[in-house]
Design a protein around this ligand. Structure first.
Ligand code: MG
Length: 350
């Protein structure tokens, strides 16, 4: 036998899997397993262990939010947005979820040989518009090109930093029984918009992605003076996955009133035809806020005054300390358990 065929080390499985699956990047149970079993124990940072959208770190006497995200969406352009807009807003939103005012971004491009400059220029201009829209500067970057057939036109990574104001402490571990859960608007549009282009589906009403910056909305919420316990933007895995993550990380149980969750009729119809649950479909411009009951009315009113959250609604509450159960009560039927799916219903959504 040839020596190079021998291996003395055992292959390392992760859960039941020997290799990476699409669902390991899907925002569901398998991604959580990857983070818990490989990344967190190996890197071991207490800031990462908070498991928030951005890490809160201290430099000198300044508290800084720091985050990074990669974008692999297919198709590159879709109703209501494109990969460039997503790459800016997605990272800005993750900074905003710590209560930070986003300031500076980096952009890393992985380009496939043969990508038309017309496509790249459109994407880069869209990023510049999005950055100026939310008041951040793209200050550094990187470009790599891979051989034709070894990429998929363009992948983008952005990282970002922003200052967290004194007295602002927004993270899952602060969520408490009694907190009220406020959703900033209708859910499911981003996922359905992507799917409509990917599958060539046409609906009576054009469904556009909700892709938007949440930075000004967060500033509006903070200006109320409310002691916001947690914020989470709804991306892969939708509302249900975000609620599951926070419930598990905070060690609490949640109860949701399903009738209070806004879903556009066209999105609800499309989900019914496609066999998707809108509560698990991706969004790119929505958040949930966990606030103590005494601040709920004030925060809700302020949110409704912001253009990206005029349909904000109270959708539920934190019932008790617990094991992270999320129960949805319907208007007629019995309550159902909103569990974490193994991965995203639609891969490569962002
Ligand atoms: Mg996020």
């Amino acid at each position: 036998m040839k020596a190079e065929g021998l291996s003395l080390s055992c292959p390392t499985p992760l859960g039941r899997h020997m290799t990476v699956q699409m669902a390991h990047g899907g925002g569901g149970r398998l991604m959580r397993e990857l983070i818990e079993r490989l990344f967190l124990p190996t890197f071991g940072s207490p800031a990462a262990a908070e498991r928030h959208d951005s890490a809160a770190v201290t430099l000198g006497d300044q508290r800084i939010a720091f985050t990074t995200d990669s974008y692999v969406v297919r198709p590159l352009f879709f109703p209501g947005g494109d990969i460039g807009k997503l790459a800016v807003y997605g990272t800005v939103n993750d900074l905003a979820m710590s209560g930070a005012k986003p300031a500076y971004l980096s952009a890393g491009f992985i380009l496939e040989e043969g990508l038309p400059f017309e496509t790249l220029t459109k994407i880069v201009r869209s990023m510049a518009d999005a950055a100026s829209d939310c008041g951040v500067e793209l200050v550094t970057g990187d470009t790599k090109v891979v051989d034709k057939g070894k990429g998929d036109e363009v992948f983008i990574n952005t990282a970002g930093i922003g200052l967290i104001p004194p007295g602002v402490h927004i993270r899952p571990s602060r969520v408490r029984p009694g907190d009220v859960i406020i959703l900033s608007g209708d859910v499911g549009r981003h996922g359905v918009a992507i799917l409509s282009v990917r599958e060539g589906l046409e609906f009576d009403t054009a469904i556009e992605s909700d892709c938007a910056s949440l930075s000004s909305l967060v500033q509006t919420i903070l200006a109320t003076g409310a002691d916001v316990h947690c914020l989470r933007d709804l991306t892969r895995g939708g509302l249900a996955s975000a609620l599951n993550e926070i419930a598990a990380d905070a060690g609490v149980d949640l109860e949701i009133d399903e009738a209070a969750i806004p879903v556009q009729p066209s999105v609800a119809g499309a989900c019914e035809i496609l066999g998707l649950d809108p509560l698990y479909v991706a969004n790119e411009g929505r958040l949930v806020a966990f606030v103590p009951r005494e601040y709920a009315d004030r925060v809700l009113a302020a949110m409704r005054g912001n253009a990206v959250a005029c349909d904000a609604a109270v959708i539920g509450r934190v019932t008790a300390t617990g094991s992270g159960r999320v129960v949805a009560r319907g208007p007629f039927g019995p309550a159902r358990l909103l569990d974490l799916l193994s991965g995203e219903q639609l891969p490569r959504i962002c």
